[in-house]
Write a protein that binds this ligand. Structure first.
Ligand code: TYD
Ligand code: MG
Length: 460
């Protein structure tokens, strides 16, 4: 019998296994994404992946499965609980991704310091020394620093040593900072490589499920903006959170992109201060620039993150670009949608911007992933192009279709109420989002087509 292969090739993008190396992944089509991975002890990949939870195989009828309300442990930070879907679930594994310096270690240290009296916590640091972690703990404020002595720390990167140490004095919660520094000796690949990441995560997940320990894993983000070895880790854990924001700016947004115990796409907002992260429980209007007088190219929109409406400012700059090759750039918005919006503006609004550079930006480092930003972006570009500011107190939202129609977006009433609450007096919205009852202090202009929206703006 032929000897079983001891290596497999794993796609960095989608996590698919291939028996042989190839230039392109046949599953997801990514080029040059296969990395060699040595299988521990020559086991087949399927055996390795099956049974994360370490349970023996047993067939059960669905009706016999005991279902109870998931118990949750509050993390002590309201905004973090919110993205987790109400708190931390025992035995769950949470992956926290984000750029270096964004505040991942700070957030998790703060969480465990706050939880310490209720749950025994262990902070495993592979990146920083014990002194650095202790120093950060001290920086997080006097009340926390006093308790920092009780938190247990472990400086170790070999996964087997970590789990052996934990098995002796089983903590209720474990932080692993970061997964990229962990390694197992069973594999010869370097720490941070796909095979090491996958194996270390699999061991942590198995440990969490077997002992009902909450495991919080820090993961770094690659230059392309995805978790290193993205899909590989995302499908193994229960919850994936991304910590984003401009490291230079004060505000940070934490977003759930996957959550087996709650809604995905929920966001929490924090402000970074000298004494750690402070939750911002009413973030609606912090991302506005509050210009003293109206400026061209600036439009306030109401975006909805999970269940929460937020006011954000979309800015456009449209500038002459003589000659060919004009630039189109978005920050915080989808680049492809900009190209589409420009085409719609040309065809249905009779405004051609092909000889102009177009820049679109969302203020405050926020990322808006929804189509409700379409109309606001379009009007912002038009306002900048004509060098005509929009009046203050105006909000705009709505999706723009290829036929120039303005389509309704979910959560219309909440968006309008939020705008009224913050003193906005006028709103241009899709006709499908026109509220049945008038809203106090808010004049709602409902439009069905781009023409009507431009007309409405022209009358101001
Ligand atoms: P850190 O949590 O180490 O980021 P990450 O683990 O994501 O790489 O720290 C983020 C930054 O926050 C760092 O540049 C220092 C700053 N910071 C504060 O401004 N205030 C504080 O109280 C702390 C602890 C850090
Ligand atoms: Mg860190």
């Amino acid at each position: 019998m032929a000897k079983k292969s001891q290596t497999a090739f794993v796609c960095r993008e989608c996590g698919a296994d291939h028996p042989k190396w190839a230039g392109r992944c046949t599953e997801c089509g990514a080029w040059n994404s296969l990395a060699e991975m040595r299988l521990p002890g020559g086991k087949s990949p399927t055996r390795e992946v099956a049974g994360y939870a370490g349970e023996a195989a047993r067939i059960t009828a669905i009706g016999e499965v005991e279902v109870s309300e998931t118990p949750r442990e509050s993390s002590g930070l309201g905004e973090l609980d919110r993205v987790l879907g109400g708190g931390l679930v025992p035995g769950s594994v949470v992956l926290l991704g984000g750029d270096p310096g964004i505040g991942k270690s700070t957030l998790l240290l703060q969480t465990v310091l706050g939880l310490q009296d209720r749950i025994e916590c262990l902070y495993v640091t592979g990146e920083e020394s014990l002194q650095q972690v202790a120093l950060r703990g001290r920086r997080l404020g006097n009340d926390l620093a006093g308790r920092a002595g009780e938190l247990t720390l472990l400086s170790e990167t070999r996964i087997e040593s970590i789990l052996a140490a934990c098995s002796k004095s089983l903590p209720g919660l474990m932080v692993v900072d970061s997964i990229q520094t962990l390694y197992t000796e069973e594999l010869s690949a370097a720490p941070g490589s796909v095979s090491q990441l996958r194996e270390a995560t699999a061991q942590l997940v198995r440990f969490a499920k077997r002992h009902d320990v909450i495991v919080l894993i820090v993961g770094h983000v690659t230059k392309e903006g995805a978790l290193a070895g993205p899909r590989v880790l995302e499908h193994m854990v229960d919850t994936v959170l991304y910590f984003e924001g401009d490291p230079g700016a004060r505000f940070r947004v934490i977003r759930a992109v996957k959550n087996r115990f709650g809604a995905a796409n929920e966001v929490g907002v924090f402000g970074m201060t000298d004494h750690g992260l402070k939750p911002v429980s009413n973030p609606s209007a912090i991302f506005l620039s509050r210009h003293e007088k109206p400026v061209p190219g600036s439009v306030v929109m109401v975006t909805r993150e999970g269940t929460r409406p937020m006011l954000v400012e979309v800015q456009a700059l449209v500038a002459d670009h003589p000659g060919g090759g004009s630039r189109r750039l978005t920050v915080g918005l989808d680049q492809n949608r900009l190209a589409m919006l420009l085409a719609v503006l040309h065809r249905h609004g009779q405004v051609a911007l092909f000889d102009q550079d177009v820049f679109l930006n969302v203020v405050g480092g926020v990322r808006v992933n929804e189509t409700a930003a379409d109309l606001a972006s379009l009007i912002a570009m038009l306002s900048s192009f004509r060098d005509r500011p929009l009046p203050q107190g105006l909000v705009i939202f709505g999706e723009v279709g290829l036929a120039g129609e303005i389509r309704p977006v979910p959560g219309g009433p909440e968006r309008l109420t939020e705008a009224a609450k913050h003193g906005f007096t006028r709103a241009i919205v899709p006709r499908g989002n026109k509220p049945p009852k008038p809203i106090d202090g808010l004049e709602v202009i409902a439009v069905a087509h781009l023409d009507q929206a431009i007309e409405a703006v022209d009358t101001f």
